[in-house]
Design a protein around this ligand. Sequence first.
Ligand code: PGA
Length: 245
Amino acid sequence: MIRLVAGNWKMNGSLAANRVLLDGLGALPGVETAVCVPYPYLAQLQQRPEGLALGAQDVSEYVAGAYTGEVGGSMLADFGCRYVIVGHSERRALFGEDDLTVGRKARAALEAGLVPIVCVGETLDERDAGNALVVIDRQLGAVREVLGVAAMGGVVVAYEPVWAIGSGRSASVEQVAEVHVAIRAWLREQGVAAGGVRILYGGSVKPDNAAALFAVVDVDGGLIGGASLVAQDFMAICRAAAEAA
Ligand code: PGA
């Protein structure tokens, strides 16, 4: 399975800054690369380095109509998006998205021909209470409940421990291994074609820890926040993923 490295620009960028960043990006053999950008920049990203896939950071659970402020999956597809992040912990924590909403967003993405990158992960309190895997089972279970088993095989899962996001403190390789192996096993138990589902790790992935994280069992790529805003760092992480093959 070819690894996927997806940049999550979050609410960052400007036409001018994006142009500079894009100049430093390019596709690499042996790894799939994508950038998930704010909606207004999807138009700008129609011109981008060849082989770099495009994604968004959210999608409406609705198809079209009277939903002021929402952006539908078909609109993202119109702009050539292949991926869309759903259920990022910032959306869950700051914008009240619950597990089933995330499931409906994943369904809307698939129905529009997009690949949802479904984010799951525990808070530090949940980890300290020994509940990391329980939380992840619950989050994934809601998505499976909405999608059904067959469609679940068409998603990308991103394990992003909330405490590792933007903190400069990535999960350890042991912690990542435990969760990724558990996610793959959970998918298999549910009857999902688990071998084909890419499981990304996200949370303070940087050039200096990327190789170690991509070498972990069942890590099929990364979801990169802060480091995706620095071309050199993002490319170094993509190179680490290509070389980990
Ligand atoms: P980070 O963010 O790489 O800045 O920790 C990851 C994410 O939120 O997807």
